[in-house]
Each structure stands twice: as C-alpha cells, then as structure tokens.
Design a protein around this ligand. Structure first.
Ligand SMILES: NC(=O)c1ccc[n+]([C@@H]2O[C@H](COP(=O)([O-])OP(=O)(O)OC[C@H]3O[C@@H](n4cnc5c(N)ncnc54)[C@H](OP(=O)(O)O)[C@@H]3O)[C@@H](O)[C@H]2O)c1
Length: 209
C-alpha cells in the first residue's frame, strides 16, 4: 500500500513560497516551526525536490528544541540527474535516500524509473514496501505539483503568513503546468484552520483520495 501523503508548505499572503530568485525567506514563526517539527516527528519520511536542496540546503531533521525525543524520519530527495551536492547538509545526520533515474550503484541512491523525472508511483510503492506509512512532502512547488497531478496527495496544509513577496516569477506552492481547463482543477475539502504566529494555518483533505 502506498504511504499517506501529507503536503506542508508556508506561503506569503500573495501566494509565494520564496523570493523570485528562489532564495528562502522566513514566512512563519516559532509556533509554526514547532508544529512542523512535531509533524515531521509523526511521519516516517520527509521528501523535497533537488530544487529545494540547491536553494535552501535544508537539514530536514526534527529539532530537540521542539520535540524532546526526536524520531528522525528518513529524508528523501527527488533528483533525476544526481545533482545533490556531496556536502549537502542533509547527509550530515540521520538516514537519507536520493530517488533518481540514473543507473547508480551507490548506497542510499534508488533508481525510480527511466523517464525524465523520478517516477512517483514506483517511489511510493517502494516506500510502502519499506514500511513508510506516512510521507511528508515539504516542497518545492514543482514537486508538490507532480504529487497533485498524479492524484497522490491526501492532505494539504498551508500556512499563510502576513507578508507580501510579489513577483510573477516567485515560486508558488503548486507550480508545474497547472490546470488547463476547469476539469483539471483539484477539489479539496476544507478541514479547519488554526491561528498561529502572525498568520493562519489552513488544512485541507484532497477529494477522491
Ligand atoms: N515556503 C516553503 O514552505 C518552501 C518549502 C520548500 C521549498 N521552498 C522553496 O521552493 C523553491 C524550490 O522549488 P522548485 O519548484 O524550484 O524545486 P523543487 O520542487 O524542490 O524540485 C524540483 C525538481 O525536482 C526534480 N524532480 C525529480 N523528479 C520529479 C518529479 N517526479 N516531479 C517533480 N520534480 C521532480 C526535478 O529536477 P531533476 O529533473 O533535475 O531531478 C525538478 O526540477 C525554493 O525557492 C525554496 O526556497 C519553499
């Protein structure tokens, strides 16, 4: 069985997740960080795309500051062309896996299809077999878009912060091609909200999952 997929992202009040040049910006605050680290601690694996690794170099760990005894879920990167830098900070602590389409016989690297990009069905099937029941997808916009396009998202959580970033080239939570007609729009069910920091967390369940 494929893992349950939870998407979590933070965006500005004008729907952007980073600066137009893709530099990371602080959108939420301590309350939201604590929620995200607790969420990371509840899942079996956390996934990001190579775009996020190259722009943010994220640790993807659970900080002791927020969770007393962290579980340290598996960290996964979607990286078709094996561009993850050897000194990426995510390699420093805990277990990691790079999903690629390259034929690499390297520990920690897994080939998922031979198309242009990592085949998400193959990846999720393998993760299911490895015992991953809950997968947290943290971005960026291209990766989240692929999960939505393939109908693989079960929950969508978005924190909306009280900032405007602006710029038509700034990444958004769901980039990619987008819906081409009304039929392509993805329906969700609103599950609730929480006020935190200087913003609001919105929770949705994705219809048909
Ligand atoms: N505010 C937030 O919550 C938040 C969270 C995370 C990231 N971000 C921001 O998001 C930006 C990065 O987002 P991004 O859209 O540029 O990059 P991304 O979504 O992190 O990564 C996209 C890349 O992943 C690779 N990939 C491999 N298989 C894929 C598949 N099946 N579907 C989609 N992508 C696949 C592709 O590169 P290859 O073909 O080379 O493999 C693709 O270009 C940064 O600015 C970062 O700061 C914000």
């Amino acid at each position: 069985m494929r893992p349950k997929v939870i998407v979590n992202v933070a965006m500005s009040a004008d729907g952007k997740i980073a600066l137009p040049d893709r530099t990371e910006v602080k959108i939420s605050g301590e309350e939201d960080f604590e929620r995200v680290h607790e969420l990371r601690n509840e899942v079996d694996a956390i996934l990001v795309g190579i775009g996020t690794v190259l722009s943010d170099d994220p640790k993807l760990t659970v900080k002791r500051k927020y969770v007393e005894e962290p579980e340290h879920p598996l960290k996964i990167v979607l990286d078709s062309d094996a561009r993850t830098p050897e000194d990426a900070v995510l390699f420093e602590k805990g277990e990691w896996m790079i999903a690629t389409t390259e034929d690499l016989d390297k520990e920690g690297w897994m080939k998922c299809g031979s198309g242009e990009q990592v085949d998400l069905d193959i990846l999720l099937e393998s993760l299911g077999r490895m015992g991953v029941k809950k997968l947290l997808v943290e971005g960026g916009g291209e990766v989240i878009s692929s999960f939505f396009e393939k109908g693989l998202v079960d929950e969508y959580n978005v924190f909306v912060g009280s900032v405007i970033i602006g710029g038509k080239d700034a990444p958004t939570p769901v980039d990619g091609e987008g819906s081409q007609d009304e039929k392509g729009i993805i329906d969700m069910e609103f599950q609730g909200y929480e006020l935190m920091d200087d913003g609001i967390l919105l929770r949705f369940r994705v219809d048909g999952t």
